[in-house]
Design a protein around this ligand. Structure first.
Ligand code: BT5
Length: 249
């Protein structure tokens, strides 16, 4: 699990951020960049401290699910110290998704949509995901983007983009910082940008989980919850997983 200072310097040399990626620790391999960023946060690291690994051996998604992290992809975590009430923290995930989608689009020229809450979609397939973990006063935002890998090494339904890792990181960190700051200063703008990229809204879907609910994804509310129109009225869904749209053909 060696540190790669030369690659870190190559990225930070052209980095246009004030806090994000300052510093940036690059490792050849880690169990999970979210764990390394959490350790840094616990040790007092300032907001923006970032950890990148070229490969993860125990990458994770939400609810303890595994995140396939073969070499080639982007695995990045950033320490956050939000100045927001905790019920608004889900907006940070939405803001990060908007930021990462715009960075990926800029670098690859591919259109990226967002599936609620935080999936990056390319061509109806999942090309990336975001994991926001909160711990008291700080949060860790973890970003996984499938890049430069054979889709056979990813779960079914995944897509991988062809893009150089260095420029992708250099584009992602400023987009993350900009949208994270926007969550604090103009959260309505984040909601508007998220809605503009949504592949969920207007679709008939099923929320999967302990209690399954079907309905039409009508909107997201000011805290990022999904507003679902069901036969028995509007329901707010705070966290969960969505089925693929039920209204496809
Ligand atoms: C996510 O979880 O989409 C959040 C993924 C966050 C990964 C980053 S990488 C850097 C940082 N360090 C970490 O350890 N994690 C973060 P979720 O919505 O729960 O999606 C997980 C599900 O997506 C799995 O159950 C699989 O079905 C599928 N999946 C796993 N790996 C995938 C991949 N590489 N590409 C697309 N889908 C994948």
């Amino acid at each position: 699990m060696a540190l790669l200072p030369d690659f870190a310097a190559e990225i930070t040399g052209g980095l246009r951020t004030l806090r994000f990626g300052r510093p940036l620790h690059v490792h050849d391999r880690l169990p999970s960049t979210n764990d390394a960023a959490r350790d840094a946060a616990e040790a007092g690291a300032s907001e923006g401290t970032a950890v990148l690994a070229l490969e993860q051996t125990a990458g994770r998604g939400r609810r303890g699910r595994a995140w396939a992290s073969p070499p080639g992809g982007l695995y990045l975590s950033v320490v956050l110290r939000p100045r927001l009430p905790v019920e608004r923290w889900p907006l940070i995930g939405l803001g990060a998704a908007v930021g990462v989608a715009s960075a990926v689009e800029t670098v690859t020229g591919r259109a990226i949509g967002l599936k609620w809450p935080n999936d990056l979609m390319y061509d109806d397939r999942k090309a990336g995901g975001i994991l926001m973990e909160a711990a008291g006063t700080y949060g860790i935002i973890g970003i996984g983007i499938n890049a430069n890998v054979a889709v056979e090494s990813l779960p079914p339904g995944a897509a991988s983009l062809t893009v150089e890792l260095g420029p992708l990181v250099t584009a992602t960190l400023p987009a993350l910082e900009y949208h994270y700051d926007l969550v604090h200063t103009d959260p309505d703008k984040i909601l508007e940008l998220w809605r503009g990229r949504s592949v969920t809204l207007g679709r008939s879907i099923r929320v999967l989980g302990r209690e399954e609910v079907e309905g039409i994804a009508e909107d997201i509310d000011k805290n990022g919850a999904l507003v679902l129109r069901t036969p028995s009225g509007l329901r707010r869904i705070i966290g969960g997983d969505l089925s693929p749209p039920l209204d496809i053909r």
